[in-house]
Design a protein. Structure first.
Ligand code: TXA
Ligand code: MG
Length: 545
């Protein structure tokens, strides 16, 4: 098929071409369309046969639903969606036309083909005058995924659309290069609080100003497991991938540039900020634009990824912006291109973070996030038990104070426990002995981590302050949670009764004590995912900034 190219820089004076493109769409043909985010591959959203052709042209899995594009008119929202919450109207009024897609309950006139069989539909009003004029002329919503071949980086110019699907579609409208450069932000409004399914051209912070709390879907930050089902079906597929494998370096620009420079050779492609371009003289580079200009980074990220397909680089190493503003979307596209293969790079120092708080508050979840970011967790309980088994001097000191509580190297825990239980002086003595051994082991472990150049060490200690462990830390974080939540978690985790769990909770210091003593506090008072997101944000700052 010959793909007809329409050059339409603006609606004015191009009425005839707009009418032609609209006619193709009305006939059920596919037309590449410019939007402010990326180019779309458009078809009549109400024509199931036309929509089926989109999946064929892109090679897209049929369970991956399409976004419908409408004109800037609330009446269209009412026509294709139902049970629309007031917040959706407010968002449309504030952010349309613009890079925000809302997931809402669908009206049944939107065919299954378009929504991938879901009873919800993604709807947005693109901020491009030419495409708005075309949609108005068709007088129907236009279903349009990004115009790239499935799996490749999205297209931000008409030439890239031709590169990917030229010959397979009836026409492409060239409306100039895309001004935003990354796809729309997808917000699911069928749940409370709303959930961010894909970061994009509309920064999360702007949406939070209207919505209040927004939950971030886990698929935004990490690879979905084989059995997990992300809410946006598209988030599970490998995406945006150039031919060579990509690795994303996370950390401050200075630190990641240094790490990439060490790793890069002649066969390496480097995606870097403009300021660091001359650090990689032996590599093929693509600039994301200046460190401080995230709008430019968004405009360039897909072309940067695509640019290496014209070279024969064997690998691509990329710098990554921080998560603020459009950085969340740019970083997400890079990480998805890398299949979430990321390398955390510290500031050159190994940050030591003390983590403490009562049981059942979520320390384990928080520590897992720190590990994911490249920090090593030192669990003081584990160290204590290892020391008891390994260190004869410690055992002798305990025996000298408490009598024969060891059978060889094995501690009779019940016996020792019985002696210190309800005897504060004995407990103080025991802690006095053990803490000094634990601290000295922590010191060695931290020195090892520094030698290895790790980004950080997390000290997991219930008695962080009582032991003096805090003195080894650069900063401290309290993990706390409402009592009711903790009781529920402890009951579930340990299979004990409510009374017993309550007694455990009451035997510990109150939340305020931990918050007062620590430099930072994370409150685990909503969902697991919300807590993980909060933890990621704080730990990123503590490790990398
Ligand atoms: O900026 C954009 O949104 C571009 C331009 C062309 O408008 N379009 C775009 O479409 O990025 P696409 O198909 O490449 O990505 C749409 C994403 C997919 O991940 C899909 O799974 C998700 O939106 N999606 C669509 N409908 C959905 C629904 N009802 N529920 C959840 N996710 C949905
Ligand atoms: Mg896409």
């Amino acid at each position: 098929m010959q793909t007809k190219l329409f050059s339409i820089p603006s609606p004015e004076g191009h009425e005839a071409e707009i009418a032609q493109a609209a006619r193709l769409l009305r006939e059920g043909q596919l037309v590449g369309l410019p939007t402010e985010t990326v180019y779309g591959l458009g078809a009549d959203a109400l024509n199931a046969t036309a929509v089926a052709a989109i999946y064929r042209a892109k090679g897209r899995p049929s369970d991956n639903p399409l976004i419908i594009h409408v004109v800037n008119d609330i009446a269209w929202l009412d026509r294709y969606c139902r049970d629309i919450p007031p917040l959706a109207y407010e968002l449309a009024e504030t952010f349309w036309p613009g890079p925000l897609t809302m997931i809402l309950k669908r009206n049944p006139i939107v065919p299954d083909r378009t929504t991938g069989g879901l009873d919800t539909v993604g709807i947005r009003c693109p901020d491009h005058p030419v495409t708005q004029a075309i949609i108005r002329a068709v007088d129907r919503p236009i279903a349009a995924p990004s115009a790239n071949t499935s799996g490749r980086p999205s297209c931000t110019t008409a030439a890239q659309v031709l590169e990917d699907v030229g010959g397979k579609i009836a026409g492409v409208v060239d409306g100039g290069p895309c001004q935003v450069g990354v796809e729309s932000t997808i917000l699911d409004l069928t749940v409370t609080p709303p959930r961010l399914l894909r970061p994009g051209g509309m920064p999360l912070e702007a949406l939070e100003e209207v919505c209040g709390e927004i939950q971030i879907d886990p698929a935004v930050q990490r690879q979905m497991g084989a059995t997990e089902r992300p809410r946006a079906p598209g988030m599970k597929y490998r995406h945006y991938a150039p031919k060579a494998p990509v690795t994303v370096y996370e950390g401050t620009p200075e630190a990641t540039a240094a790490a990439i420079a060490r790793a890069a050779g002649p066969g390496t492609g480097v995606i870097c900020f403009e300021e660091y371009r001359d650090r990689f003289p032996r590599s093929v580079t693509a600039s994301l634009g200046p460190v401080g200009d995230k709008r430019e980074q968004a405009r360039r990220v897909f072309s940067a990824l695509r640019s290496f397909d014209r070279t024969n680089v064997k690998e691509i190493l990329a710098q990554c912006p921080d998560r603020r503003g459009l950085g969340l979307a740019v970083g997400n596209r890079l990480k998805k291109a890398a299949g979430f293969h990321t390398v955390p790079v510290g500031s050159g120092q190994t940050r030591v973070i003390g983590i403490t708080g009562p049981t059942g508050a979520g320390k384990t979840t928080a520590l897992r996030e720190l590990e994911r970011m490249g920090a090593r967790v030192l669990n003081c309980d584990e160290i204590y038990h290892r020391l008891l088994a390994e260190n004869a001097t410690l055992r002798r000191e305990i025996t000298a104070r408490f009598g024969p509580v060891f059978d060889g190297e094995t501690l009779d825990r019940k016996k020792l426990g019985g002696m210190v239980w309800q005897d504060p002086k004995a407990l103080r003595d025991l802690n006095g002995i053990c803490h000094k051994y634990i601290l000295s082991r922590l010191g060695e472990e931290i020195a090892d981590a520094r030698d290895e150049g790790l980004v950080g060490v997390a000290i997991d200690a219930a008695a962080l302050f009582e032991s003096g462990g805090e003195l080894l830390c650069d900063t401290t974080v309290a993990i706390v949670a409402p009592e009711e939540e903790r009781v529920r978690r402890i009951m579930k985790r340990e299979g004990i009764t409510r009374e017993y769990a309550l007694a455990r909770v009451h035997a510990q210091r109150p939340d305020e004590w931990f918050s007062d003593h620590c430099a930072h506090t994370l409150v685990n008072d909503s969902t697991q995912e919300a807590f993980r997101t909060k933890a990621q944000e704080l730990f990123w700052e503590l490790l990398f900034e």
